[in-house]
Design a protein around this ligand. Structure first.
Ligand code: 0K2
Ligand code: SF4
Length: 316
C-alpha cells in the first residue's frame, strides 16, 4: 500500500535552550564528581525523559530541601529558587549547586535592584509556577505583586503608584505579555521596567518560528511536557497564528493519529526543555505512516552558550 504524502515543517529554532543545556550538564557533572546519589530540588527542567535519564544515573528528584540529607550535594533547578532555599542549605552546611538559568538570575537581580531603589514590584507570571515562586521569593512578602492578565492589573492594590517597577517570567507569550505591560503602563504611567519584558531569547525565537510555520500547517505538534510553561505557550501561539489543531505531545506515543486523518501538512516544534531525540522519534513515527517531505522553517539562528559554574565547595 502506498503511503499518503505529507509535508512535515520543522521549526528552527526548537528544543533545548542554553539554560536547559547548562542545567542538565550541571547534574551530570555533579554525578561524575561526587557519585550518586545527587539530589535535585524540583525537576531540573520540565521533561520526564530528561528526569528519568538522570534518575537512572543516580539523581534523586525531590520537591523541597527538607527531603534531602545534609551530607549529599543538592542542585537547584533551572527555574530558580526563592532566597530562603540557598539560605537554608547554607545553614545546614550542605553542598549545593545552583542550576538557575542566568537569564532567570538576571530577573532576580533586576527585582532586587528595584527594591533597593524603594520600588514595589509587579511580576507578570503564572501563579504557582516555580520560576514565579523563585523570583517573588527574592524579596520579602508583599514586595512583589503578581498579575497574569490585563484584567488583574485593574485589581492591583499598590503602595504608591509613583514607585513601581515590573518584571516578568522568562517563558511567557510575547504577545499576551505585551498586553499586560500596556495595561500596567496605562494605569501606572510612572512604572519602570525592562525595554519590553524579561522573556528570554529562546522563548521569543521559538514563538517566532511557530508563527511562521502555523499558516503553512494543517496541524501542529509541540513536543513538550504539560508542566512546561514555554512549551504550552507554543501551542497557544500556534493556535492564535491560525493553526486550529495544535497539540502538546510528550513523545510519539501521544500522537492522536485519528485526529490527523486527511491532513497534508504538519508543523513540528519542541519546547526549550524537550530533547531532540524525542523530536526525531516523532519524525520517525510520521515516516512510518506517511511519505514525508521534511522542510525546515528557520526564523533565527542561535549561538548562545552558558558556562557551567564552578562548584561552590567540596562536600565535608
Ligand atoms: O517553561 P518552563 O519555565 O515551565 O520550564 P521548562 O519547560 O523546564 O523549560 C526550561 C526553562 C526554565 C526556565 O526558564
Ligand atoms: Fe533560560 Fe530561557 Fe532557557 Fe528558561 S527558556 S532556561 S530563561 S534560556
Amino acid at each position: 500500500m502506498t503511503k499518503p504524502a505529507l509535508t512535515l515543517y520543522l521549526a528552527a529554532p526548537r528544543g533545548f535552550c542554553a539554560g536547559v543545556d547548562r542545567a542538565i550538564q550541571i547534574v551530570e557533572m555533579a554525578l561524575e564528581k561526587w557519585g550518586p546519589p545527587v539530589y535535585v530540588r524540583h525537576e531540573i527542567v520540565h521533561n520526564r525523559h530528561v528526569v528519568e535519564g538522570l534518575r537512572a544515573k543516580g539523581a534523586v528528584f525531590v520537591e523541597e530541601l527538607d527531603e534531602c540529607p545534609d551530607d549529599r550535594p543538592v542542585i537547584f533547578s533551572a527555574h530558580g529558587v526563592p532566597k530562603a532555599v540557598p539560605a537554608e542549605a547554607a545553614r545546614r552546611e550542605m553542598l549545593f549547586v545552583d542550576a538557575t538559568c542566568p537569564l532567570v538570575s538576571k530577573v532576580h537581580i533586576e527585582a532586587e535592584r528595584h527594591h533597593a531603589n524603594g520600588l514595589q514590584i509587579v511580576m507578570i507570571g503564572h501563579a504557582g509556577h516555580p520560576e514565579t515562586v523563585g523570583t517573588m521569593g527574592q524579596l520579602p512578602e508583599g514586595e512583589v505583586l503578581l498579575v497574569e492578565t490585563p484584567d488583574d492589573v485593574a485589581g492591583l492594590a499598590v503602595r504608591d503608584p509613583e514607585k513601581l517597577a515590573f518584571v516578568t517570567q522568562t517563558t511567557l507569550s510575547v504577545d499576551d505579555t505585551a498586553e499586560v505591560v500596556e495595561a500596567l503602563k496605562a494605569r501606572f504611567p510612572a512604572i519602570v521596567g525592562p525595554h519590553k519584558e524579561d522573556i528570554c531569547y529562546a522563548t521569543t525565537n521559538r514563538q517566532e518560528a511557530v508563527k511562521a510555520m502555523a499558516p503553512l500547517s494543517d496541524a501542529m505538534l509541540v513536543v513538550g511536557a504539560p508542566n512546561s510553561s514555554n512549551s504550552k505557550r507554543l501551542v497557544e501561539v500556534g493556535r492564535k497564528a491560525g493553526c486550529a489543531y495544535a497539540q502538546l505531545v510528550q513523545r510519539a506515543g501521544d500522537i492522536d493519529w485519528r485526529a490527523l486523518e486527511g491532513i497534508r501538512s504538519v508543523g513540528l516544534t519542541a519546547g526549550a526543555s524537550a530533547p531532540e531525540e524525542l523530536v526525531q522519534e516523532v519524525i520517525d513515527a510520521f515516516r512510518a505512516r506517511y511519505d514525508v517531505t521534511l522542510r525546515e522553517v528557520e526564523t533565527a539562528q542561535e549561538n548562545v552558550n552558558f558556562k557551567v559554574p564552578r562548584v561552590l565547595r567540596e562536600p565535608a
